[in-house]
Design a protein around this ligand. Structure first.
Ligand code: TYD
Ligand code: MG
Length: 457
């Protein structure tokens, strides 16, 4: 039987199949499978080749030489684990317009200012558009080289002629590798192009940034396979309508994952937010019912966020529930527990929950704050000023401890909070030196009484 000359490849996850299918069996995406030519099979008897470099004993490999390159942007350096590692490849994903190009142009300007030339390859925008952005950002260097190149195999010589010490590819989806037989824009092309960029970065020992587009569900478009090829994967998140942007490491060979950097988009680019808790609480009206402050952990950093809820009489046969910034199912769970274990009548109320600043909370530690916010709005009674709330809620209405309670308590104290409502266990664990009065509660019902009826314990 002759070998097939085409195969069908999922553009989302790279799954390969001999026949076309409407839905990828691997990642369950619809209409992502596209016909691509099969790469010619390698000859059966391969000639023996000499290795390019001889293997060396583990113990004699020098590891002290790891020199980090600062991007000049404190929050970016921190997410990278202390700066850029030469020869590493960093993938930055995010929605269009979130600020990926802005961040990388600012970093390029800083690197150039320190004497590291940057090759900025953009197949997305014309050099003029890039120049206009760089003007706005105050980047005006002759060490930043801009190229509209889309052929990945030309990168090596571009790096060579410009003498660049860092590489930015904006975006990897616009690059292609002519030696790959697939059509431009397919996942095989993107993978091949990324492979070429990584090869240039590693062989020359220079760091490379790749910009990657994300799909509507938030994963990197097509090349999820890209995540495996790079050293570090960063995601840029945030509400388009809010000025805050969060840069999150989801994979990092050279540092902690889950580390976050917080930026504010200003008229002159992205500005690191020095005191994010204060910034997030700046517009809070503490006299309003339905607003509760919760210390959450973003990466290793404690952060005070405002959780809001609005419970209003419903005009619908079945009441509405809406969650923004908190998980919808988590909200339903909290509402069910409030109804059953704290006696709140929520069956006749629409409930809307929100986290301000465009943040998305994934921690169960925000459960109790959400519950108190709902109760506060329903009873139309504000939580007293100076109080913050944290804790996970279990199905029987018990309030559970959170990770790193002490650090969260200190952050609350630092911002002037005087009272923290938390689980009994955490209340015992937090040292009196944290600087905040800790009120330990056992159940949600007790927490509601303490927070809203001023019951002292
Ligand atoms: P951009 O970096 O082009 O986003 P991405 O590359 O992720 O698609 O940023 C686009 C948005 O940022 C755009 O809506 C304009 C805004 N912006 C500012 O508010 N201030 C600035 O200084 C710059 C350069 C952009
Ligand atoms: Mg861009």
């Amino acid at each position: 039987m002759p070998k097939p000359s085409v195969q069908f490849v999922c553009q989302n996850c790279g799954y390969e199949s001999p026949k076309w299918m409407g839905r990828c069996p691997d990642c369950s995406e619809w209409a992502t499978i596209v016909e691509e030519p099969v790469a010619p099979a390698p000859p059966a008897a391969r000639p023996r080749t000499q290795p390019a470099t001889a293997p060396e004993p583990l113990s004699s490999i020098d590891f002290t030489a790891e020199q980090r390159l600062s991007t000049g942007i404190s929050e970016l350096d921190r997410v990278l684990g202390g700066g850029l590692v030469p020869g590493s490849v960093v993938l930055i994903g995010g929605d269009p317009g979130i600020g990926k190009s802005t961040l990388l142009m600012q970093a390029s300007g800083n690197l150039a200012g320190q004497g590291t030339g940057v090759l900025y390859v953009s197949g997305e925008e014309s050099p003029r558009q890039i120049r206009m952005r760089s003007r706005r950002l105050g980047v005006d260097s002759d060490r930043v080289w801009v190229s509209p190149e889309t052929n990945a195999s030309a990168l090596e010589s571009l790096v060579e002629t410009t003498g660049a010490g860092a590489l930015v590819i904006d975006s990897i989806q616009t690059m292609s590798d002519p030696s790959s037989p697939s059509a431009p824009g397919t996942v095989s092309q993107v993978r091949a192009a990324a492979g070429q960029v990584a090869a240039v970065a590693r062989s020359r020992g220079i760091p490379a940034f790749l910009v990657g587009h994300v799909t509507k569900d938030g994963s990197l478009a097509g090349p999820r396979v890209l995540e495996h090829m790079v050293d570090t994967v960063l995601y840029f998140e945030g509400d388009r309508d809010s000025a805050y942007r969060i840069l999150r490491a989801v994979k990092n060979r050279f540092g902690a994952t889950d580390e976050v950097g917080i930026f504010e988009m200003s008229g002159a680019g992205l500005v690191p937010v020095e005191n994010p808790s204060a910034a997030l609480l700046a517009e809070r009206d503490e006299k309003e019912a339905g607003s509760v402050v919760c210390p959450v952990l973003e990466g290793t950093r404690p952060l005070l966020v405002e959780v809001q809820a609005l419970a209003a009489p419903t005009h619908f046969p079945s009441p509405r529930r809406m969650a923004s910034g908190v998980d919808f199912n988590r909200l339903l769970l909290v509402l069910a527990v409030l109804e059953k274990r704290a006696g709140l009548r929520l069956g006749q109320a629409d409930v809307y929950a929100n986290v301000t600043g465009g943040l998305r909370l994934s921690e169960p530690a925000a459960d109790l704050a959400l519950a108190i916010a709902v109760a506060s709005s329903l009873k139309d009674r504000p939580v007293p000023a100076g109080a913050a709330v944290m804790g996970e809620i279990g199905l029987s209405g018990e309030v559970r401890g959170v990770a790193q309670a002490e650090r969260r308590a200190r952050e609350a104290a630092r911002l002037g909070f005087t009272r923290l409502i938390l689980s009994r266990r955490d209340a015992r664990a937090v040292a009196p030196s944290a600087g905040v009065e800790c009120v330990g509660v056992r159940t949600v019902a007790e927490a509601v009484r303490v927070a809203l009826e001023g019951e002292s314990r």
